[in-house]
Structure formats: C-alpha cells, structure tokens
Ligand binder design. Sequence first.
Ligand SMILES: NC(=O)c1ccc[n+]([C@@H]2O[C@H](COP(=O)([O-])OP(=O)(O)OC[C@H]3O[C@@H](n4cnc5c(N)ncnc54)[C@H](O)[C@@H]3O)[C@@H](O)[C@H]2O)c1
Length: 425
Amino acid sequence: LKKKESITVFGLGKVGSAIVSVSLEKKYQVYGFDTDELVKSKFKNGDFETQEPFVTNTIEKFRNNFKIIEDTCTAINNSLLSIIIVPTPSTTNGDFDSTHVEEAVTQIIAALNCKDFKKINENKNFSHSIIVASTVSPETMRKKIYPILKNLKTELLNKVELVYSPEFIALGSVVKNLKSPEFILLGHCGKGVSNKLLKYKKKINENKAEIHLASYESAEIAKISVNTFLTTKISYANMISELIYETKNSNQAEVFRILKSDSRIGKKFFNPGLGYGGPCLPRDNRALIAFSKTKKLNSPIASSTDEMNNKRPSSVARQINSFLIDKKTILILGVTYKSGTNSVEESHAAKVIECLNINPENIIIHDFNHDFSSKKIWEKYKTINGEIPEPKFDGIICLIDDTRYINYLQKHKIINVFKAYDLSI
Ligand SMILES: NC(=O)c1ccc[n+]([C@@H]2O[C@H](COP(=O)([O-])OP(=O)(O)OC[C@H]3O[C@@H](n4cnc5c(N)ncnc54)[C@H](O)[C@@H]3O)[C@@H](O)[C@H]2O)c1
C-alpha cells in the first residue's frame, strides 16, 4: 500500500466497517485494525457480512486495497491519517467511557514513535492526522485524549494533529449518512486542521456539506446537542400524540399536518410514534444530562425528553391493549428499534410486546432482520423471519415503519392495525 493514499481505521464494527467501505470507494487504500480477533479473521477470510447497505459488497469489490493489520507501526507510518471509531460505552452516570479511544491513541502514538527519524527529516511534508470519530463526552478530548500526545517524540510534536470528528449516522443508512451528512464537524485544539484532513473529508463527502471548524469543546457539545434536539422533537410529537388520543374528535393526521406546515417547526423528526431507541439517540440525550450535572446545571428539557420517551412503550401498549380485548391470536410486525437494522438495542417495539395483555403463546412475531435466536426474551413467542405470514389473525400490529409492511397491510386491506407512527388508523 502506498503512503500518499493510505488511511488506517481503528475499530471495524458497525460504523468502522462503513468508513472502510466509503474510503475504499473513494480510492483510498485502507489498513484496518480491531482488537477483536474474530472481527479481524472474518475480514481476512472474506467472511465479513453486515446488513448495512453497500458495505459488504464494496469491501469485497475493493478487497485488494484493504489490509487487516497486526503491525500498527508500518500501517500508521504509511498512512496520511488514522480514524478511531471504537466503542465509547455509556457509564452508569450517562457519560461516555473513552478508555478504548485512549488505548487507540496510545497505540497510534507508539506506532508514530517507531518511525525512522531520518526518514521524517528527509520527508519534510510528513504529517499524520488522528481523527477521533467515536462520540465522546464534552471535555474528554482536551482533558483525556490530547495529553496522550505529549508522549510523541519531540521531532513529531508539530507533525501530528488530533481532531474530533464525530459521525452523525443512523444504522441502516450509515453509508448514505457518511457521504451526505447535514454538516461536517471538525473539533481541534486551537490550531485549526490540516489541508490533508480537509481533502480527505471533502473526498468522502458527496453533498458539499458545510464544514464547521470549532474548538474540541464546542464540537463535543454540538454533537450531543444535535441528537438531543432531535429527541426533543420526537418526544414533543409523542406528547401531543397522547393528548390527541385522549381527545374525542381530534385526529393525529390532521394535527400533525397542521404543525408540520409551519416552517419554523419543520417536517423532519416530527412524527408521533413509538419513541426513539438504538445505540445513539437515547445515550446522547443522557450524556447531555450527565455533562450538565458536572457544571451543576439541570437540563430539564433533556430530562423530560428522556422521561417522555421511557414511558412511551407502556402508553402505546395501553392503547393497543384496549384494541386487543376480544382478540386471541395476533401478529406483530417488526421488533428492531427501526427499520433496516437487526438491532433491538433500546427497542421500543420489543418493550411494547412485553406489555401486551395477551398470552405469549398466541403472539406471532415477524421481523425481516432480527436474529430471534440471539436473545432469550423471544423464547416464549413464535417468531418468524422471511416472508410475512398470511393475515389469518384476530389482530395485526405493525410496530416499525417499513415499506414492506405498509405494502402488505395495504394489499390485504387490513384496517384494524396499530401503526406505531400513526395510531389513529
Ligand atoms: N452505531 C451507531 O448508530 C452510532 C452512531 C453514531 C456514533 N456512533 C459511535 O461510533 C462509535 C463506534 O460505534 P459502533 O456502533 O461502530 O461500535 P461497534 O461495537 O459496532 O464496533 C467497535 C469496534 O471497535 C473494536 N475495538 C475496541 N477497542 C479497540 C481498539 N482499542 N482498537 C481497535 N479496535 C477496537 C471492537 O472490537 C469493535 O469491533 C461509538 O463511539 C459510537 O458512539 C455509533
């Protein structure tokens, strides 16, 4: 692999594998590193598979330009930049644990330090950008990550930059979101960012998204504030939805048509539904609450948003249960936290099912993507992947917004259905 076109990706999980795929597509040569031997061997053996659209095929197509590495020293020293996209799990306080990011940065610094100094001096243009793409809590970059750079050999101190560039992606559309984000966020220590890094970001980007340069802290706060604002809109829509449900002659479709016509409110992220779930939105909201506490501030809007979201599955289940009174067998469509993913992490659909007043033996659950055998919670139900069963049930409840379900419901002219995003039908 040639240095001028190479990058190294640390963490080859759900987001990392997609970063590899878009970088390969844009003709970069990519080195990949992961601490999990199983993950590495899957890539090495060509067994890697993900449900994320485009990723598996693209990696397969460009596999000659992708190398799984054990020796980070050679890879880093041949790369323009390294991207860290490792887990930052939420702690019990709600903030993000940055241990894996710190480990990866330490490893990169060690790899840079093993560079042959003579070569550095010969190559005056040598530089390396370390991009932290994992989401971190505010003040992590300057307080915990940046100090690791002091371990760099003196000769390298001015040749290495550390930038925070979190990704705004949702599972099921990661590639699309990486290529066409709302904006690109680059948090820096105060010295700006290199042209080489800007060039890489612009090459990946296909929608000429605005590039925001900001301090580490501004970027860190902006990242979780964006998601917290989106969750606020969702919880607000659900709050209004519950009001409509209790109010005779009011209608969800009508009220939301009116609200969405106001450009100040906007149409996006403003549908009543089951609430938000998954590995990103709920925890970014909680991270903002946790960070506010470190400043001795309450964040009542974020807290209420979280509270509204947490009670949403039981509210929806109560509405569904009133419809189930005379029903024996029911079919549930969809259990993942959103369509296009196999994840049930913080899935409200899964929570709703647990609250239904119907014997689990009489509940048949269908999902296109979720592997039911991976979780014990499904053992008491009959579960199906693949084709949607014939509609021979007393009730059918659709819990995710997937066009295949909508087509099925329309085809069979089923009207007694609770669609998570429109309970008025
Ligand atoms: N999944 C999402 O929807 C989403 C959305 C936005 C942001 N993010 C952020 O992206 C980051 C990664 O998320 P993900 O969903 O891809 O996680 P993931 O768990 O799917 O993958 C992370 C990978 O990193 C590997 N890893 C752990 N420590 C490592 C190290 N020191 N060096 C190299 N590899 C290491 C793990 O083995 C794993 O394969 C997180 O910070 C998350 O907050 C995720």
